[in-house]
Ligand binder design. Structure first.
Ligand SMILES: O=C(O)CCC(=O)C(=O)O
Ligand SMILES: [Fe+2]
Length: 378
């Protein structure tokens, strides 16, 4: 059986589970069917519900983000295009450095290699410190929030136009495209629950989401599954829905309740998974699945992707939607009966309800822990 109440995916111990070479058995949901005939829609909703109740991960095909926009997004960050963000001089990227701070307000900008290490529900200072020393992430990231008027618009950090021309304009288009897909998926989830279509949208009027552009520096191709060479530690996502865009290299893995399985790159698809907030909103009906990124190996690359190089960089982009900061993350109508998954914030929340801001702050503080003495410095 894949999990049960008190189920395994929020056990921090599991973050050390082994990896299999066998691909995750994820469905590919045809987005156009969500907008199709009543029969098509019913079938697609059923598939989505089942997938979110079991894996918590799907591939989304025939969505509204064009291949051209998808390609352009990668051109902004990865070779062989020019200009590309991660190839800029370190001093240039650091013009928009994410402050060395654990405050949520500071979670925008460029985080260089060695800054920021994700973990799974480890919050005690000493434990976070031990985890980060034992299992550092191998990545550099560019973190950007909502580019429009709203809670994060004042905190975004942008390189000047003469240094990185056009990026800000592109980002606005990208943001709009991601939020549109995410919003219609939220409406589909309301249809599954047979509740008002805007039940999930009323809590997300500010588009308090976030985009991470990720670069995992070159790493030697691994001969077989091992799991020990992690680029990004095992974690569940903090927000509502995540859209992951990955290149052909592979390495993303999802935990199926027993082992981590490769989420093999499929051209043109978006990997969609749900995060802690939606798990909580659905009262454990839908699963915020544990996932990680490991070293590339031949078996888990995109089909037909051949490389003569034994050393590979990997690039990905993750958009995550979140509930408005001051809103309490509460159970949706139709989800009164607990599902099989134990929400990740269940243990923390015995005393009081949790707002989106509080949950994000708690998880970001663990990720960008500044040491037991410097954790409050900005
Ligand atoms: O790089 C990836 O494929 C996944 C990134 C991810 O899980 C995240 O940013 O939360
Ligand atoms: Fe993630």
């Amino acid at each position: 059986m894949v999990g049960s109440i008190g189920g395994s995916h929020h056990d921090p111990q599991l973050a050390a589970a082994v990896s299999s070479n066998e691909a995750a058995d994820m469905i590919t949901l045809d987005y156009s069917k969500l907008l199709g005939s009543p029969t098509e829609r019913r079938e697609a909703l059923g598939q989505l519900d089942h997938a979110f109740q079991t894996y918590g991960f799907i591939y989304l095909a025939n969505h509204s983000i064009s291949q051209a926009l998808f390609d352009e997004a990668f051109e902004w960050i990865s070779p062989p295009s020019c200009p590309r963000f991660f190839d800029l001089e370190s001093s240039t990227k650091n013009l928009i450095a994410r402050p060395l701070s654990s405050a949520l307000e500071d979670h925008t900008g460029y985080a260089e290699y060695g800054v920021g290490h994700i973990s799974q529900l480890v919050f005690e200072d000493k434990e976070v410190e031990t985890h980060q020393a034992a299992s550092p992430d191998h990545k550099e990231t560019l973190e950007i929030g909502n580019p429009h008027e709203g809670p994060s618009s004042g905190t975004n950090r942008w390189l000047p136009e003469d240094i990185f021309p056009g990026f800000r304009k592109f980002y606005e288009v990208w943001w709009n495209a991601c939020t549109e897909v995410e919003k219609s998926l939220r409406q589909a989830l309301c249809a599954i629950l047979d509740i008002e279509p805007d039940s999930l949208c009323r809590k997300q009027t500010l588009n308090f989401g976030h985009v991470s552009f990720l670069h995992y520096p070159a790493m030697v191709l691994q001969p077989q599954s091992g799991g020990e060479a992690r680029r990004l530690n095992a974690h569940t996502d903090y927000g509502v829905l995540t859209l992951v865009f990955q290149d052909a290299v592979g390495g993303l893995e999802v935990h199926d309740g027993h082992v981590f399985r490769p989420v093999i790159p499929k051209p043109g698809t978006i990997v969609v998974n749900l995060g802690d907030m939606l798990e909580r909103q659905s009262n454990g009906r839908w699963k915020s699945a544990l996932h990680q990124v490991v070293a590339p190996r031949k078996e888990t690359m995109q089909e037909g992707f051949v490389t003569a190089k034994a050393v590979l960089d990997r690039y990905s982009i993750a958009y995550t939607g979140a509930v408005d900061p001051e809103e309490i993350i509460e159970t949706l109508p139709g989800c009164e009966v607990p599902g099989r998954w134990k929400p990740s914030m269940a243990d923390w929340d015995r005393e009081k309800p949790v707002t989106s801001y509080e949950w994000l702050q708690k998880r970001v503080a663990a990720e960008y822990f500044q040491g037991s003495e410097g954790s409050n410095e900005g």
